[in-house]
Design a protein around this ligand. Structure first.
Ligand code: DUC
Ligand code: ZN
Ligand code: ZN
Length: 461
C-alpha cells in the first residue's frame, strides 16, 4: 500500500499499551500499525521518541467576551498555534451566550472567528447564561442536533451564574437531546459575601481572590451540581477541580452510581494560592477560578490523577495580558482583585508539565498520560475513535515526543498572545518535537510548517 507518511522506529503509546511499531498514514488516516511499509511519500524517523495521539485540550477559552474594557489575549490563530506547538491536534473552546442575547446568533458569530484561522481541529462547547424559552426550546436543541453536544453552566460570576432552577431546566434539555453538561462549581453567594467583607477591610490585593473563593465554596457547589445531575439523571462533567474535598464529593456521587466525568488542570498541580501574594501586583498573573490551593490539595489532585478519579487533564487556557489596560492590570483591577479578569494562559504548557511532572517523575505511566490528555477527551465529548487514539482508521493526529529535551519554560519561547506564562522558569523534561494533524505535519523543527487547516469536528455520538 502506498503511504503518504510513515512514522518509523518510534515507541507508540495508547491509553492501553506501549509498543514499538511503525505507523503508516494514507489519506489523513492511520492505515497500518507495524509490519513492513514500502512506498512512503515521506518517512519521519522517530528513533528514541514516543509516538502519541495528538493532545486534545477540551477546555480552552479563545476570543471570548470578558466584560467591559477587558479583552482576551488570544484569537483562534494564536491560541491554536500555541496549542499545536504544545503537542495538541484538537482543542475545544467555548461559545458564550451573553445574557439578553441569542445563543444561536452567538454561535454563528463565534464559529466565524475560527474560519480559516485554526491550526488544530476544533469542537465547540456552548455556554448558556440566559435559558429563555427560545434558547431552551429551540436554539439549544438545534445546536445539539448539529453536533455541539456539550453545554457549560456557571454557578459563579454575577453576569453568568444560573440558579438551581435554571440549571435544572438546562440539564433537562441537555438530557432529552443527548448533550453533556459541564459545571463550574463555586458558590457565588459565599464569594460575594467574603468579597464584600474583604473590601470593607481594605483587603483588595490579588491574594484576596484566593481567600474569598475557599475550598468550602467549591465543595458545596460541587455537591449541589452533582445533586442536580442526579435528579435529572444526566451525565455531567465537573470541570477544573482544585481540591480534595471536591474530589471526595465526586467519589461519593460515583459510588451512588452517577455518570460523572472529572477534570483537573496544571494550575492545581504546580501553582499555589501563595503565588497570588507575589509583589507588585504580580499575583494578578495567577488569578483564576477556582484559585490554586496549597501543597496538600496539590497532592490530592495528584492522587486523583493516579487513581483514575480524574478522567481529564485540560489547560483551562483563559489568556489575559498582564501589562495591559485591557488585561490583568486594567484600571479597576489595580484598585481591587474583584476586577482582575479570571484566567491564566496554559494551552502550550499543559502537556509538557504533565509529561515532565507526571511521566518523567514516575507519578503516572504513559498510557495514563495518553488517557488523561487525549483519549478520555475524545470519549467524553463524542470524538472517539476518530480522535484521541492510534488505531487503524483513526485520524492521523500524532505528537512525536522527545523525552531527552530539557527546557526552562519562558514566555518568550511560547506562541500564545499573552505577555506572560504563570509557569515562567519551570524546568521540564520532554517536549513534543513534531505534531501531525490528519497526516500533515504542522509543527517540525520548532517551526509552523502548514497553513491553518483546522476543521470543526461535529459530535453525533
Ligand atoms: N472558568 C473557567 O472555566 N475558565 C476561566 C475562568 C472561569 O471561571
Ligand atoms: Zn469555569
Ligand atoms: Zn475555563
Amino acid at each position: 500500500m502506498p503511504f503518504d507518511l510513515v512514522i518509523a522506529n518510534g515507541t507508540v503509546a495508547t491509553a492501553a499499551d506501549v509498543f514499538k511499531a511503525d505507523i503508516g498514514i494514507a489519506g489523513g488516516r492511520i492505515a497500518q500499525i507495524g509490519g513492513t511499509m514500502e512506498g512512503a511519500g515521506r518517512r519521519i524517523d522517530a528513533s528514541g521518541r514516543y509516538v502519541l495521539p495528538g493532545g486534545i485540550d477540551s477546555h480552552v477559552h479563545i476570543a471570548q467576551a470578558s466584560g467591559p474594557g477587558i479583552v482576551m489575549a488570544d484569537g483562534f490563530d494564536s491560541a491554536t498555534r500555541a496549542a499545536a506547538f504544545g503537542g495538541n491536534t484538537t482543542v475545544m473552546p467555548f461559545c458564550l451566550q451573553e445574557r439578553g442575547t441569542s445563543l444561536a446568533a452567538a454561535f454563528r458569530d463565534y464559529r466565524a472567528l475560527a474560519d480559516g484561522a485554526s491550526h488544530t481541529d476544533l469542537g465547540f462547547h456552548l455556554i448558556v447564561t440566559d435559558p429563555t424559552p427560545q434558547v431552551l426550546g429551540q436554539e439549544l436543541p438545534a445546536l445539539i442536533a448539529e453536533g455541539h453536544r456539550s453545554v457549560k453552566v456557571f454557578m459563579t460570576y454575577e453576569a453568568m451564574r444560573m440558579d438551581d432552577a435554571a440549571i435544572l431546566a438546562t440539564m433537562d434539555v441537555a438530557r432529552r437531546h443527548g448533550a453533556k453538561v459541564m459545571v463550574h462549581c463555586e458558590n457565588e453567594d459565599v464569594i460575594a459575601f467574603l468579597s464584600e467583607r474583604a473590601a470593607e477591610a481594605g483587603d483588595v490585593a490579588p491574594r484576596a481572590h484566593a481567600t474569598t473563593r475557599p475550598v468550602a465554596a467549591e465543595r458545596e457547589a460541587t455537591h449541589r451540581a452533582l445533586t442536580l445531575a442526579e435528579v435529572v439523571d444526566l451525565p455531567i462533567v465537573i470541570v477544573h477541580v482544585s481540591n480534595g474535598a471536591a474530589i471526595d464529593e465526586i467519589a461519593r456521587a460515583r459510588a451512588r452510581g452517577l455518570d460523572i466525568t472529572a477534570e483537573t488542570c496544571p494550575q492545581y498541580l504546580v501553582l499555589q494560592a501563595d503565588d497570588l501574594s507575589r509583589d507588585n501586583w504580580e499575583g494578578a498573573k495567577y488569578v483564576c477560578s477556582p484559585p490554586p490551593r496549597d501543597a496538600a490539595e496539590q497532592e490530592a489532585c495528584w492522587r486523583g490523577l493516579r487513581s483514575g478519579l480524574f478522567d481529564l487533564f485540560s489547560s483551562d487556557h483563559c489568556p489575559f495580558r498582564y501589562d495591559d489596560v485591557q488585561g490583568k492590570r486594567n484600571p479597576a483591577g489595580l484598585r481591587s482583585f474583584r476586577h482582575i479578569p479570571n484566567g491564566i494562559p496554559g494551552i502550550e504548557t499543559r502537556l509538557p508539565i504533565l509529561f515532565s511532572e507526571g511521566v518523567m517523575k514516575g507519578r503516572i505511566d504513559l498510557p495514563r498520560f495518553v488517557a488523561l490528555t487525549a483519549t478520555n477527551h475524545a470519549r467524553t465529548y463524542g470524538m472517539y475513535p476518530r480522535k484521541g487514539t492510534i488505531a487503524i482508521g483513526a485520524d492521523a493526529d500524532i505528537a512525536i515526543w522527545n523525552p531527552e529535551i530539557r527546557k526552562t519554560i519562558r514566555h518568550a519561547d511560547l506562541h500564545d498572545a499573552a505577555d506572560y506564562t504563570p509557569y515562567e522558569g519551570m524546568e521540564v523534561n520532554g517536549w513534543p518535537e513534531t505534531v501531525v494533524l490528519r497526516g500533515t505535519p504542522v509543527v517540525e523543527d520548532g517551526r509552523l510548517v502548514a497553513d491553518a487547516a483546522g476543521r470543526e469536528v461535529l459530535r453525533h455520538g
